[in-house]
Design a protein around this ligand. Structure first.
Ligand SMILES: C[S@@+](CC[C@H](N)C(=O)[O-])C[C@H]1O[C@@H](n2cnc3c(N)ncnc32)[C@H](O)[C@@H]1O
Length: 212
């Protein structure tokens, strides 16, 4: 587990992704990172017409499936983005603009603990983009991942955390469906950014960001 608070993230070192277009941040704006083929993103957008979702996927093949399905559904509250979420969030999102974040079944990174979301210095930047009292939801089928993330959320990042088991009949993502069908337990952390939370990035806006 990483408890090295000296490894502060350096957003100014990251170039904007190729062909980057600064998004319009809408009211009730949510973000999903690692959306895969977009099952949760499309369900969320359909079930919550009053909410807006940006859903980012890095892998081209998965993104293409997601983008094609989204186009068929003509959802005007869902923006599919093909990018690495780290530079994209740095350049695309101003501080305190998100009403919620989803990290559903992230890659477990078994050989590279420092690449797990809550172990990365980028996580502090991500928190700076969340509005106070807004949720960040993480789900995983790996108990050790959930244990570590829960510890990090509380001890390193000072978040309020509720931990629950995902109901057996839940079907939000392709990975969730697969794990629950195998009889595995899926763990969910419902984290909340406290009201007076401060990060190093609360005033940091990318030079090409047109939102503020
Ligand atoms: C295990 S899959 C889960 C996909 C989907 N959330 C699900 O549950 O079915 C994790 C996904 O996160 C994507 N991913 C990992 N790191 C990413 C990053 N930095 N930016 C965007 N996507 C990323 C991977 O390409 C992969 O599709």
């Amino acid at each position: 587990m990483n408890t090295d608070k000296n490894r502060v993230f350096k957003p100014e070192k990251l170039f904007a992704p190729r062909n980057f277009k600064c998004p319009q941040i809408k009211p009730n704006q949510y973000l999903e990172i690692g959306t895969g083929k977009g099952m949760h993103a499309m369900q969320f957008a359909q079930e919550n017409p009053d909410k807006n979702l940006i859903a980012i996927e890095r892998t081209r093949v998965k993104f293409d499936v997601f983008a094609a399905r989204t186009a068929e559904l003509e959802l005007n509250n869902l923006l599919p983005v093909h990018a690495d979420a780290i530079p994209w969030v740095v350049h695309g999102i101003a501080p305190s603009s998100l009403d919620g974040i989803f990290l559903l079944y992230p890659n477990p990174e078994p050989k590279n603990a420092s690449q797990r979301w809550l172990n990365m210095p980028f996580f502090e930047f991500l928190l700076s983009r969340l509005k106070p009292l807004s949720p960040l939801v993480l789900a995983t089928n790996i108990q050790e991942y959930a244990d570590e993330a829960e510890e990090q959320a509380k001890q390193l990042w000072g978040l309020n955390v509720e931990r629950v088991n995902v109901p057996q009949d839940s079907a939000r993502t392709h990975f969730e469906v697969k794990y629950l069908a195998r009889g595995e337990t899926c763990h969910q952390l419902n984290m909340v950014k406290p009201k007076e939370y401060r990060t190093h990035f609360d005033d940091w806006v990318a030079p090409n960001n047109t939102q503020s």
